[in-house]
Design a protein around this ligand. Structure first.
Ligand code: ADP
Length: 685
C-alpha cells in the first residue's frame, strides 16, 4: 500500500519542481525582455533630449549673433552725424529689413525724443507719456547703458496694442557718441515674438515649440505649437544680454510610442519574439520528452512484470564477471536475496564448494570469448541451505544498444523435478527388465520340466516294468525268468535308452538355444558400445554427482562380440564403480571409461576396456571372493554381476581383471578380440 502512495508523492513533487522551474524561467525571460525594451526606449529618449538641447543652444547662439549684427546696423545709423531727415530715412530702411525691431527712437542726452520711426509691418500704439517717464523701460535701459558706456537691454514688458491684445517687448538703448562725447541715445524696441519668428523660426521643426521665458518659467513669447502629450521633451538655454536675461525654452513632442519606434527597439522586439518562439518550442519539446519518459516508464513496468512472472531464473554478468542483475525466480531458486548476489564476481555463494575450481575455469573460458552451446549445458548449484540441485544453463552474450558486447545473460532451469521423474522411469524400466528376465528363466524352467517330464516318466515306468518282469513269480524258486519275459525286458531297456536320448536332446536344444548367441557376434566399435550405455550411465551419474569421462583411442578397430552381453558387462562395471564412489567422504567423483589397443599376438589382436573409479578401493578379503557367485557387500546386491561378467568375457576368449587405481579407487579391465575382416576382401582387389 505504501509503495504506490510514495510514488504518487514523488510524482507530484517532480511535477511541482518542473513547473516552478519553468515558471521561473518564463518570469526571468519576460523581466529581461521588459528591461531591454525599457532601456532601448530610454536610450531613444535621451537621444531626442540631447538633440533638442543642441538645437536650443544653436538657436540661442543664432539670436545672439543676430542681435550683435543689429547692434552694428544701429550704430551705423549714427556713423557720420546724420540729420534728422536722413536718420529717419535710414531708420525706416532698417526697420523694413528687420521685422524684430518695431520702433527706433533718437533721443538726446536728456532722454528727450528727437525723432522716431515705427515699423511698417505692425505699428504699435505708443503712449508718449509713459515712454518719456524716467521709470520707463527705455529710461532704465539708457541709465544702464550710460553706466556701462555701451549698449544695454531692458527687461521685457507687456505692451498692449489697444485692441485688447498685446505683446512682450524689450528695449535696447545704445549711447551715441561723437568725438568721444555722448550726444544722445538710440532706443530700439524689440518685439520678442518677432524675434522668435525671424531669428529662431527658420531652424524650428514642426514638432518643436520655441519660447522666451523668464527665469521663473513664465512664458513671454511663444512660437509654434507643439502637440501636448506624454512624450514631451523640454530644453532651456540662457540668453544673457547686458542688462537683461532671457531664457530660451524649446519643447518638442516625440512621435507617439509606436510598436517599432526605431531600429534598435525593433531589433530588440524581434529578438524577444524569437526568444519567446524558442521558449515555446522548448516547452513543446519538453512536453514531448515527458511523454516519451512516461511511455518508457510504462514499458519498463511491463518488462518488470514479465520478468517477475517468469519461472526461469535470469542472471546478467558484466565482462569482469560481476553479477549485475538477477530476477526474482533466480533468487527463489538459490535462496539468496539480490543484495547478497549483486556485485559478486570471483565465486558465487550458490556454487558447491567442491566444484568452485571447475566453475571458475568454465567462467574463465566464457570470458575469454568462447560462445557457450546454444542448447545450454547442465550444472549443479547449491541452495543457501546447502542442498544441491541440477540446473540447465543457457547463456547468451549481452549486446547493448550500440552493438557492444557488455556481458553475459544466463537463463537457469531447475532440473530437480525432471531428474526425479527420469530416475523414477529408469528404476521402473530396470525393474521391468529384471521381471522380464525372470519370466524368461521361469518359462525356460517350466519348458524344461515339461519336456523332461515325459521321457523321465517313461523311463521310470519302463524301469518299473522291467524290474517286475525280472522278479521271480511266486513259487518259481530260483528259476530264471522265462525267455518271453527277457524279450520284454530287452524292449523296455531299448525304450529307456530311447527316452534318455530324447531327454538328452531336450537338454541339448536348450543348450543350443543358449549357444545360438555365438552366432549373434558382430563387429562393434568401442564408441558404439559406449554410446549405447551412456544414457543409462549418465542418469545414475547425475543422481549421485559423478562426472563421466570417456576416452577412445583414435582409429581403434571394431571388436567382434555379442553386443548386448558386452554392453551389459560395461554397464555392470560402470554401475559398480559409481556405487563405490557414492559414499559421503568422497567429494571428487569421476568415472573414467577408456578403450585402447592391447598387446596382441600374430593370430589375434585385442582391444582393452578399462573402467576406473575414485572410490575407496577393494579390501584384500573382498578381492579374494570377488568373482564368487552370490558374493556381495551390499544389502540389495545379488552378487551375480561380476561372476556373470567374467563368464561373458571368457566366452569371447577375453580376460577380465582388476587392479588398484591411481591415486585412489579401482580399475576393472577386460579384453575383446578385434574383428578381422575376411581375407578374401583384401585379395579380391
Ligand atoms: P553386486 O553388485 O550385486 O554386489 P557384484 O558381483 O557386481 O555384485 O559385486 C560384488 C562385490 O564386489 C560388491 O558387493 C562390491 O563389494 C565389490 N566391488 C565390485 N566392484 C567394485 C569396485 N569398483 N570398487 C569396490 N568394490 C567393488
Amino acid at each position: 500500500m505504501s509503495k504506490p502512495r510514495k510514488t504518487l508523492w514523488q510524482r507530484w513533487r517532480g511535477a511541482w519542481r518542473r513547473w516552478s522551474l519553468w515558471t521561473l524561467l518564463v518570469a526571468l525571460v519576460v523581466a529581461m525582455l521588459v528591461t531591454v525594451v525599457w532601456l532601448a526606449g530610454r536610450y531613444e529618449a535621451s537621444q531626442v533630449q540631447s538633440r533638442l538641447e543642441r538645437d536650443t543652444a544653436d538657436a540661442v547662439s543664432d539670436v545672439r549673433v543676430a542681435l550683435t549684427r543689429n547692434l552694428q546696423s544701429l550704430q551705423a545709423l549714427h556713423a557720420d552725424d546724420p540729420g534728422v531727415l536722413a536718420w529717419e530715412v535710414n531708420a525706416s530702411e532698417l526697420l523694413r529689413g528687420h521685422r524684430e525691431l518695431v520702433r527706433l527712437e533718437w533721443r538726446d542726452t536728456g532722454m528727450r525724443l528727437r525723432s522716431q520711426v515705427q515699423t511698417p509691418y505692425r505699428p504699435v500704439y505708443w503712449d508718449r507719456g509713459t515712454r518719456e517717464s524716467a521709470h520707463s523701460d527705455a529710461s532704465l535701459a539708457c541709465a544702464n547703458a550710460r553706466r556701462l558706456s555701451g549698449p544695454a537691454y531692458s527687461s521685457s514688458y507687456f505692451q498692449p496694442h489697444g485692441d485688447g491684445l498685446g505683446s512682450e517687448m524689450m528695449e535696447l538703448c545704445l549711447p551715441i557718441t561723437s568725438g568721444g562725447r555722448n550726444t544722445g541715445f538710440l532706443v530700439a524696441t524689440y518685439a520678442l515674438n518677432a524675434m522668435l519668428e525671424d531669428l529662431v523660426g527658420h531652424g524650428l521643426t514642426r514638432s518643436q515649440e520655441a519660447s522666451f521665458t523668464e527665469a521663473d518659467g513664465t512664458r513671454l513669447a511663444v512660437l509654434g505649437a507643439a502637440r501636448r502629450g506624454s512624450r514631451m521633451f523640454t530644453a532651456t538655454h540662457l540668453l544673457d544680454l547686458p542688462g537683461a536675461t532671457l531664457v530660451l525654452r524649446m519643447d518638442t513632442w516625440h512621435s507617439a510610442p509606436s510598436l517599432f519606434p526605431n531600429v534598435l527597439t525593433a531589433l530588440v522586439t524581434a529578438m524577444s519574439i524569437a526568444l519567446v518562439t524558442v521558449m515555446v518550442v522548448l516547452v513543446r519539446d519538453n512536453r514531448r520528452r515527458l511523454r516519451a519518459e512516461r511511455d518508457l516508464g510504462d514499458a519498463l513496468a511491463f518488462r518488470k512484470a514479465m520478468e517477475d512472472s517468469l519461472v526461469t531464473g535470469l542472471r546478467a554478468r558484466d565482462l569482469e564477471g560481476r553479477i549485475t542483475y538477477v530476477n526474482p525466480a533466480f533468487c527463489d531458486m538459490v535462496g539468496f536475496t539480490p543484495q547478497e548476489l549483486l556485485g559478486l564476481s570471483a565465486s558465487a555463494p550458490y556454487w558447491p564448494p567442491e566444484r568452485v575450481e571447475e566453475y571458475q575455469q568454465r567462467q574463465a573460458i566464457r570470458f575469454a570469448g568462447y560462445m557457450p552451446p546454444r542448447e545450454g549445458f547442465e550444472s549443479e548449484f547449491m541452495r543457501k541451505d546447502g542442498t544441491r540441485f541440477p540446473v540447465l544453463i543457457i547463456e547468451a552474450p549481452l549486446i547493448n544498444a550500440q552493438g557492444l558486447h557488455t556481458g553475459w545473460m544466463s537463463a537457469f532451469l531447475d532440473m530437480s523435478e525432471q531428474r526425479r521423474i527420469e530416475e523414477l522411469s529408469r528404476a521402473s524400466q530396470e525393474r521391468l527388465q529384471a521381471t522380464a528376465r525372470l519370466a524368461t528363466v521361469g518359462e525356460m524352467a517350466s519348458l524344461l520340466s515339461h519336456e523332461l517330464n515325459q521321457p523321465l516318466a517313461a523311463i521310470s515306468s519302463y524301469a518299473t516294468g522291467s524290474l517286475n518282469l525280472l522278479e521271480t513269480p511266486a513259487g518259481a524258486g530260483d528259476l530264471p525268468p522265462p525267455p518271453e519275459s527277457l524279450q520284454d525286458v530287452r524292449m523296455a531297456m531299448q525304450q529307456i535308452g530311447r527316452q534318455a536320448e530324447r531327454a538328452g536332446k531336450v537338454i541339448k536344444s536348450v543348450h543350443d538355444f543358449v549357444r545360438r548367441r555365438d552366432q549373434a557376434r558382430e563387429a562393434v566399435t568401442a564408441q558404439q558400445l559406449l554410446d549405447a550405455i551412456m544414457p543409462l550411465v549418465s542418469l545414475q551419474a547425475r543422481k549421485i554427482g559423478v562426472r563421466v569421462h570417456t576416452l577412445v583411442e583414435p582409429d581403434l578397430p571394431a571388436a567382434l562380440c555379442d553386443r548386448t552381453m558386452v554392453e551389459q558387462v560395461l554397464l555392470n562395471l560402470a554401475r559398480n564403480a559409481m556405487q563405490a564412489m557414492d559414499v559421503p567422504g568422497i567429494s571428487k567423483r569421476v568415472l573414467e571409461i577408456r578403450a585402447r589397443r592391447a598387446a596382441s599376438n600374430a593370430h589375434q589382436a585385442w582391444i582393452e576396456f578399462a573402467v576406473a573409479d575414485l572410490g575407496a578401493g577393494i579390501e584384500p578379503e573382498v578381492a579374494e571372493r570377488l568373482f564368487t557367485p552370490f558374493f556381495t557387500t551390499r544389502a540389495e546386491g545379488m552378487g551375480l554381476g561380476l561372476s556373470l561378467c567374467r563368464t561373458v568375457i571368457e566366452q569371447h576368449g577375453g580376460f577380465l581383471g582388476f587392479a588398484a587405481n591411481e591415486p585412489r579407487g579401482t580399475v576393472f579391465t577386460f579384453t575383446l578380440p578385434v574383428h578381422q575382416p575376411p581375407a578374401s576382401s583384401s585379395t579380391a582387389s
